[in-house]
Design a protein. Structure first.
Length: 241
């Protein structure tokens, strides 16, 4: 009898160990552990201390493994306070800018968001942690393909990436609750305003390429775009396909 109980106990222990291992291996958080602390520090010092308070935004920034969105040789610098090159003359935005722009559109569950300028896919992943669905357009085919497979590999199945000129927006899925543009346009593309829902919000850097631009917040009120200048920024240029 004692022997049988002892054997049963061992079996239970084995099953428990297997279950813990299986859970651990399937948890993305476990594989991110090495960078967890850096990410926490980034959110606290660069984002929270500078005034971003939206809990959903802060949680998303604490969750998304930014180091997996930069080229391997920049991985150790992924949580630094600045933009980094991602190839093709483009950059992943500074963490604070990603936090600021995310909070500015007041994202929440149920939201359908359009992003113009996928780049690495980092901003799209941050949005995907909060919103229901993210559509993102990138003009550089190689970057769009890389971001698409990266996001799929990481399990972001609520993001759709397409190659194209984001000037025209993405009509099939419009209207959007919010639009984020991450390349500097000389003016606000009218199709983007059209594709915003009534009461929808867009954030977009406006100004000449290679100069300081202004981050603008646009709200669609009674069919019209009401814009507000926020602060000076520097983004890569909005190119036309
Ligand atoms: N959101 C990105 C930052 C990318 S930088 C990230 O999180 O990594 C801006 C991107 O906009 C670049 O990759 C650039 O190629 C792209 N871009 C520039 N003009 C564009 C256009 N007209 N349509 C779509 N993407 C464009």
């Amino acid at each position: 009898m004692i022997i049988i109980i002892a054997i049963m106990d061992i079996t239970i222990i084995k099953v428990t160990i297997c279950a813990i291992l299986a859970l651990g291996l399937s948890s993305p958080a476990l594989s991110q552990d090495a960078y967890q602390e850096k990410r926490e520090t980034m959110v606290r010092r660069q984002i929270k201390d500078r005034g971003v308070t939206d809990e959903a935004t802060l949680r998303a920034l604490r969750t998304v493994p930014r180091h997996l969105f930069v080229p391997e040789n920049y991985r150790s610098r992924a949580y630094e306070d600045g933009p980094l090159p991602i190839g093709y003359g483009q950059t992943i935005s500074q963490p604070y800018i990603v936090g600021y722009m995310t909070e500015a559109i007041r994202p929440k569950a149920g939201f359908k968001v359009l992003e113009v300028g996928t780049g690495s896919g980092y901003q799209a992943a941050v949005l995907a942690e909060i919103a229901d669905k993210v559509y993102t357009i990138e003009i550089v085919k190689e970057l769009a393909q890389q971001a698409d497979s990266r996001l799929k590999r990481m399990g972001y199945d609520n993001v759709e990436v397409k190659t194209g000129d984001g000037y025209h927006g993405w009509k099939e899925h419009a209207p959007y609750d919010a639009i984020i543009v991450t390349a500097a346009a000389e003016f606000i593309p009218p199709p983007l305003i059209e594709q915003l829902k009534p009461g929808g919000i867009m954030i977009i850097p406006v100004g000449s390429p290679f100069m300081v631009q202004t981050l603008m917040l646009v709200e669609k009120k009674e069919g019209k775009a009401v814009s507000k200048s926020l602060f000076p920024v520097r983004f890569v240029p909005f190119t036309r396909g």
